[in-house]
Each structure stands twice: as C-alpha cells, then as structure tokens.
Design a protein around this ligand. Structure first.
Ligand SMILES: [Zn+2]
Length: 395
C-alpha cells in the first residue's frame, strides 16, 4: 500500500514500525463549536483509512484528543465566559455533540479518546524532559521551547524562512509579542497563572492530585500549551514513535512542527511519526470554511436532509489530500449514488476485491474506488459490492 507522506513529500510504501501493529494519532477538536463539514472530512477520511487498514489485517491502535484546555485566551475560555458557564461544561456539551454527529456518520470511535485536562501529568513529564535536555527555559514560571536549539525546525511544513513562519504563526495567536520569549517563535510549553488572571482562567497546581511533583521548582501553577498536549498524549498512549500522525493541513505549522520538535527533543527518537498525513480543506462559496468567514456547513443540518451514507459518499468522493468545495448538488448526486448501490440486489461472489484493493492501495484513492463501485452497479456485476461498500464504512 502506498501513501502520501507530507514529511517527505513523497508517495511511499506503507510499512509500520512494528510488524502488523499500526499506531495512529489524529488531532481532535477544540470543543466550543459545532461539527462542520471540514471536521467531518478530516475524521471520515481517517475513518476510511483505519477501516481499510483493519480490512488488510493490521492491528490499529488509534488515539484522538480533545483540546478542552490550552494556553490560549480565546476559543474555549473566552466562549465559556461569554456564555457564563464553566469551560468544563462548555467542553462536555460540544464534545458530546461532536461524538453524536460523528456517530451518525458511522465513525469508529478511537481506541483512546482523551481530554487534555485529564492528562496534565504526561505533559509535565515531557516538559521536564525538554528542560533536562536543555531545550526548554523557564521565565516567570512559564516554560518555552527554544526553537534555535531544535535541528531541522520547519522540516514538516517546509517553512524554513523565519518571516514566513511568523506570518503563519500569527493566524494561530502564537503569542509572538510575549517579552519573556527569547525568540517570538519559541513554543509555549506551560503558561504560568498570574495573580491578576480573571476568575474564569483555570490553573493546574502541582501539589494537588499529585501532579508531577518532580518538575522543576521554578515552574508555577498554570496550564499547558496546545502543542505539548498532543506530543504528550501521543507518547503516553502510543509510544515514543508512532506510525501515522494525521490532521487537517492547516495544522502543519505551527502545531505539528511543534509536536515534532517537542517529541523528538524529549525522547531523542527520530522520527516521532513515520508518516504525516494531512487532509485538505473544505471550502464553501469560494472560501475556506471557517467560523470567522461565517460560511460553515454543519453536519447536523446536512443530516436533516440527506442520509449518513450520502454524506460519507460525498466526503469519500474527494481525495483526502485535496482541497475541495462543498456544493449541494454534489451531495444530491451522492444521495442518488448510494441509492443505486443500496437498491442493487446481487448474488455475491469475491471477484471485485482485487480491483478494490488495487485502487485503495494507491494512496487511499477513495474517489476512484467509488467510481469503481458505480461501474459495478452499471455492469450489474456479480461481485461482493455490498461488502466493498461496508469496508468503506457505509452501512
Ligand atoms: Zn494536535
């Protein structure tokens, strides 16, 4: 099986680090908003990959996180304050909503589904390792990763130019103006609480619940940086090196680049992830779907009018690596296509598996595979059409 690896920018033969055991980490949601089609595209694309790997006999172990707390002032903390509820309540509400939307799309739950707020000791352990390895520094109780000490920083995003990095980092509110940092691009690993922090800002103290007491005394109570969360939860559940790390292509920099710097810096094991898979972005009315542009297409709205299989068909009719634009007529066509497949009553034999596997082995080419299924319908072929359909997660 071949798969496109963002790290090498090549189509590579897929070979797991450990025989037939495959470890996958996919960056999860920040739970303060509804699931839109862009999220669904990422998670259903990985769902198809995981189903296909299982079909090929691999033992897949899959971790996904919930960023219910991070170092940002905006997103979840700001939204909770606006709604006058706790960040825990807000997070629980939107996590449940996300999981129920995804369940409607017949999404397989990850082996480990973890909240950042419940995994802080793993993050502190990693931060301590980075300090021990002289890659991190503490100022006013906060910890930063010194990127000038990280070799090959930029190797995933291919952003080796500092100005370009700053431009992209600005979009992610990377706290570039922080005077405590040696370099504006240094990564915030731990953000110490300040005495004048507003009440709605949580603070994790080391002396409560036995939180990693062995960390440097210079650290103060606070909260973890967004990037260290994924490094820590990946390492604690899947090991120091993993096979596949996935996420939306907009996470390449700074998030995934930082994950590599932190994980490899702490463990010394290179590569942290052997294959980096990035899903394309979904646009609507000429622009990338985003909250700020107000052009979100919600999965729950689509489910009112179309079947879950139709939405899955629409998603898988676009290649996971490509950007695409949502058009309702494409979803209407997807609905017709699933009805064609589902209404066909065939006596089944095993002939189609070979072609199916050939197509899917080529970088998980779901668009061509779906075309192939439609051809089988047209030819009224006596193959195991329904079985192939189910392998892709249709019910
Ligand atoms: Zn992540």
């Amino acid at each position: 099986m071949k798969i496109f690896n963002s790290l090498t920018q090549k189509l590579e033969e897929f070979k797991p680090l450990n025989n037939n055991r495959v470890t996958i980490y996919v960056c999860g949601i920040t739970p303060y908003d509804t699931t839109h089609l862009g999220h669904a595209f990422t998670y259903i694309s990985f769902d198809a990959l995981i189903r296909y790997l299982k079909f090929k006999g691999f033992n897949v172990i899959y971790t996904q996180n919930v960023t219910d707390i991070n170092d940002r002032d905006k997103d979840i903390l700001q939204r909770a304050k606006e709604q006058n509820i706790s960040w825990q309540k807000l997070s629980e509400f939107w996590t449940e909503k996300f999981l129920s939307d995804m369940k409607c799309l017949n999404w397989i739950s990850p082996t480990n589904y973890l909240k950042a707020s419940e995994n802080i000791p793993a993050m502190l352990n990693l931060i301590q390792k980075l300090l021990d390895n002289s890659l991190g520094y503490i100022v006013n109780g906060s910890v930063y990763l010194d990127i000038s000490k990280v070799s090959g920083y930029g190797k995933l995003s291919k952003l080796f130019d500092r100005e370009k990095m700053i431009k992209v980092a600005k979009d992610f509110e990377e706290d570039l103006e922080n005077p405590d940092k040696r370099n504006p691009l240094d990564i915030t690993l731990w953000r110490a609480s300040k005495p004048n922090d507003p009440k709605h800002i949580p603070s994790f103290a080391f002396d409560s619940k036995g939180l990693a007491r062995h960390v440097s005394e210079a650290l103060q109570a606070g909260r973890p940086g967004w990037h260290i969360e994924c490094s820590a939860m990946s390492i604690s559940t899947l090991g120091e090196q993993i096979d596949i790390h996935g996420g939306g292509s907009d996470l390449k920099f700074p998030h995934h680049e930082a994950e590599i710097a932190q994980s490899e810096g702490a463990t010394g094991k290179i590569p942290f992830a052997k294959y980096w898979l990035h899903t394309g972005t979904v646009g609507y009315r000429g622009q990338k779907m985003s909250k700020s542009k107000g052009n979100l297409v919600m999965v729950s709205d689509l489910l009112k009018k179309y079947s879950q299989n139709a939405i899955r068909w629409l998603i898988l009719s676009h290649h996971w690596h490509e950007d695409w634009e949502f058009k309702e007529e494409d979803l209407a066509r997807a609905q017709k296509n699933v009805e064609l497949v589902e209404n066909l009553n065939l006596h089944l034999r095993g002939g189609g598996i070979k072609e199916f596997t050939r197509l899917m082995d080529n970088n998980l080419d779901t668009p061509k595979t779906l075309e192939y299924l439609l051809n089988l319908v047209e030819q009224n072929s006596k193959v195991e059409l329904k079985k192939l359909y189910n392998i892709l997660g249709f019910i």
